[in-house]
Design a protein around this ligand. Structure first.
Ligand code: UDP
Length: 271
């Protein structure tokens, strides 16, 4: 079971809950969880939601259910923050998987919690781990592993990988959405020491330097997707979902029952 910090305290975008936390509040929650050594506290399962995820949840019922079991869904893509401003007239800060990796690792190191990097192409997780260990003092890396298939069952992983994953406090899963969220949902029961688990998409590729991050100005203006499309034109198929997302949001607005801003203090009270 994960701790759920959303439900009624969330914005709704195409049926997906988006937690109303600012970046600062998000890291506060992360820190609270990492310094808490009670083994009974449920893990934080974080999903960083982009328009592709929201659209995919409409056509994939299993994925929709998985998104209901997560603890926090952050607004990753600029499309999600646009939708919240369009639907609720509210500004929400973006919290992306790639950006949050380094800060989560810093908190993990501060509280002597170990991390595990699972996913990405062979060698990438190891390279990213070496880079992070260089940048963050006392970072404890339990291990890295790139599975051949994104839907590999826990029992099919090498014994050493199973053992190290079971010891890790923080697990970064880089299998791309929706595979990474489904993997987390399926395998959380096998991870007794996990305090925080998050799907990070191409986060390890960025840290390892395999994929160049867009200039900060593009990141801040929400145009990073154009840069990634320029570097990897085959992403155009995925980009088609963006206008589809915008159209769905606009069409659904008149049918939405409640467009009230969620109440953050209640969500905080659940900590
Ligand atoms: N990936 C993987 N196994 C797969 C499919 C993807 O390990 O079967 C990795 C891929 O190597 C990359 C990450 O998952 O590191 C997904 O990156 P993507 O650019 O799709 O994610 P985004 O950042 O766009 O969400």
């Amino acid at each position: 079971m994960t701790s759920t910090l959303k439900e009624k305290d969330s914005y709704q975008v195409l049926g997906v809950d988006i937690s109303p936390y600012s970046i600062q509040e998000f890291y506060l929650l992360v820190e609270e969880r990492l310094k808490d050594n009670r083994s009974t506290s449920p893990p934080l399962f974080v999903v960083t939601v982009n328009p592709e995820i929201a659209i995919h949840s409409i056509i994939d019922n299993d994925f929709k259910e998985v998104l209901k079991t997560s603890s926090i869904n952050t607004a990753d893509g600029v499309g999600i923050s646009w939708a919240i401003s369009y639907l609720y007239n509210e500004h929400i800060e973006r919290i992306t998987g790639s950006d949050s990796m380094e800060l989560i690792c810093t908190h993990a190191a501060k509280y002597s919690q170990s991390v595990y990097f699972f996913g990405a192409a062979p060698g990438i997780a190891l390279q990213a781990s070496a880079m992070l260990k260089k940048r963050i003092n006392h970072l404890i890396v339990e291990g890295t592993y790139s599975p051949d298939k994104p839907d590999l069952k826990f029992e099919q992983l090498p014994i050493r990988v199973q053992y190290d994953l079971q010891k890790a406090s923080v697990i970064f899963v880089a299998l791309g959405a929706p595979s990474q969220e489904k993997w987390i949902h399926e395998n959380l029961k096998n991870l007794p020491h996990c305090k925080l688990i998050i799907g990070i998409g191409g986060g390890l590729d960025f840290i390892a330097g395999r994929v160049k991050r867009a200039p900060v100005i593009l990141q801040k203006s929400g145009l990073e997707w154009i840069y990634r499309l320029f570097l990897n034109p085959s992403r155009w198929r995925r980009m088609i979902k963006l206008p589809l997302f915008a159209l769905n949001v606009m069409l659904l607005k008149p049918h939405m029952k409640s467009l009230e801003k969620p109440s953050l203090p209640e969500a905080r009270g659940q900590l």
